[in-house]
Design a protein around this ligand. Structure first.
Ligand SMILES: NC(=O)c1ccc[n+]([C@@H]2O[C@H](COP(=O)([O-])OP(=O)(O)OC[C@H]3O[C@@H](n4cnc5c(N)ncnc54)[C@H](OP(=O)(O)O)[C@@H]3O)[C@@H](O)[C@H]2O)c1
Length: 329
């Protein structure tokens, strides 16, 4: 993988090809991630030279991800590229399990309040990259974009991004506020953005930051056939982890193993290296729940694919075919 830093749009902010996704640190994929483990996981990333940290107001019901990052970076604020998101929060929902639901709220007053709260939790006065987490269908996107532009002008963000958006919303947003980055799901089996969002970003010089590169852990290669995810593990809701779909995804993972073995790299490293070299992909955010996972994944920086590997991966993708249940609710 080319380890050189890449520019976010036309800004002066650069990120490495790999970033640490800090959603799992809040125990939101599955429980059992202690604050100690979360802090150690961030430290492992920094030790490996991975300084792009991706979090959000809603990563944890009470900002657990942001608080862990603050504890981990201590006084080293300038050593990291801090990316946050606003516009989604949690509300109680007695009928859900766990009893909470995500609410998208892109009103300017809500955006301003969340950003101020996040900055306090993080112990800083600015984000290096601040995304609107998702367009709010109830609020014209120009209004949300205007709030982000004000935060840029106020110095609370050095650059602005938009996540989970269509080309239509990206275009409308960028007409109000300059976009440095767009964050979307992208991995070997979920490549819908290649049809529209990715070409749009390439044309406009907007960085594409990829999330779910490991398909929430599946492409790391440690899941077992017949594995059943408990209700406390949010993966139980996704079609990709259930029934025949899960089996077919594990067949795909098995097809990648000899490719990784020939290149003398671990499976997550092959997967991350392939993802990071796809045209238009600026930075790849992997989540992790332990320092060991980070250390393993960071080896991707030293994993170089060759044309035989690329051909074998493409053949495995073709053989797997389309993946059901593209996006979770
Ligand atoms: N903008 C958005 O709306 C949005 C949405 C989703 C994610 N994101 C961002 O993108 C990041 C990445 O997504 P993600 O964390 O959901 O998924 P991911 O990176 O595809 O998968 C992360 C999970 O894979 C497992 N894993 C990682 N390394 C491993 C290894 N070496 N061996 C075995 N298992 C390993 C861990 O789960 P276990 O240890 O639990 O098995 C980890 O939590 C997030 O953290 C977040 O920052 C953004």
């Amino acid at each position: 993988m080319n380890p050189e830093p890449r520019r976010l749009g036309s800004s002066s902010v650069f990120v490495g090809p790999l970033g640490l996704g800090c959603w799992p640190l809040a125990g939101m994929t599955r429980g059992g991630v202690t604050r100690e483990a979360a802090v150690a996981t961030v430290h492992a990333a920094l030790d490996a030279g991975i300084t792009h940290l991706d979090t959000a107001y809603c990563y944890g019901e009470r900002g657990e991800s942001e608080l862990a990052i603050r504890q981990a970076i201590g006084g080293q604020r300038d050593a990291v590229v801090l990316a946050g998101k606003c516009g989604i929060h949690w509300e109680p929902d007695a009928g859900a399990s766990p009893p909470r639901r995500q609410v998208v709220d892109g009103r300017p007053e809500r955006i301003r309040a969340e950003v101020d709260e996040s900055l306090v939790r993080l112990g800083t006065d600015r984000f290096d990259l601040l995304y609107l987490h998702a367009p709010d269908p109830a609020v014209p996107i120009e209004e949300s974009a205007g709030a982000l532009q004000e935060l840029l002008d106020a110095g609370k963000a050095r650059t602005i991004g938009l996540s989970n958006a269509s080309v239509g919303n990206l275009t409308r947003f960028a007409a109000v506020c300059p976009l440095a980055a767009c964050q979307m799901p992208f991995n070997m089996l979920q490549r819908e953005i290649e049809a529209d969002v990715l070409p749009w970003c390439i044309d406009r010089g907007v960085a594409l930051v990829a999330y779910w590169p490991l398909m929430k852990g599946l492409l790391a290669g440690r899941m077992r056939r017949g594995q059943v995810f408990p209700p406390s593990d949010s993966r139980h809701k996704y079609p990709i982890f259930n029934g025949l779909e899960f089996e077919r995804n594990l067949d795909f993972v098995d097809a990648l193993r000899p490719v990784a073995a020939r290149l003398h790299c671990d499976l997550p490293d092959l997967v991350l290296a392939w993802t990071a070299e796809q045209p238009g992909i600026t930075s790849v955010l992997f989540g992790a729940t332990s320092p060991e996972q980070v250390r393993e994944n960071a080896q991707a920086l030293a994993c170089d694919l060759d044309d035989d590997a690329r051909r074998a991966i493409r053949a495995a993708i073709e053989a797997r075919g389309p993946v059901a249940g593209r996006r979770p609710v």
